[in-house]
Ligand binder design. Structure first.
Ligand code: ZN
Length: 138
């Protein structure tokens, strides 16, 4: 038996047992540690390990859901579900409850209407500090 197939894709535990066959006649395995089932060789690209990382990178580059779907050859529904799953793992930054922060935003253009820019200013009442961030929209 192939060593790679024996290794759990979720927790990398090395002891997995056979757990039946899929409808496409592929061997299914179950991890003895985390009890999750998986297939040794996925043919659908959405289940590859690198798909979540690729989706994250494409979102950072500003690619839309349809674009990600076309580029990764994965359905739009799967892309949306993966984005929600990735977003649920994001840890919110700690903001103390006794501090009041005022946030204001401004949309402007530089040189021409094609160069749209956002200016976001955050003001903390207690510390009287202002943080300004600018973002270019493509
Ligand atoms: Zn496992």
């Amino acid at each position: 038996m192939n060593k790679r197939r024996n290794q759990c894709i979720h927790c990398n535990y090395s002891y997995c047992i056979k757990a039946g066959i899929t409808s496409q006649n592929k061997q299914r395995y179950q991890c003895k540690k985390c009890k999750k089932k998986f297939i040794g060789n996925y043919s659908y690209r959405a289940y590859h390990k690198s798909t979540n990382h690729n989706i994250q990178q494409l979102i950072k580059e500003g690619v839309g859901i349809r674009g990600i779907s076309r580029l990764l050859d994965v359905s739009k529904t799967t892309v949306l579900k993966k984005i929600l799953k990735i977003a649920s793992k994001v840890v919110k930054p700690p903001i103390p409850k006794n501090i009041t922060i005022e946030i204001d935003e401004l949309k402007t253009y530089t040189q021409s209407k094609t160069n749209e820019r956002w200016v976001v200013a955050a003001y903390c009442r207690e510390t009287k500090k202002v943080r300004i961030s600018t973002k270019t929209c493509v």
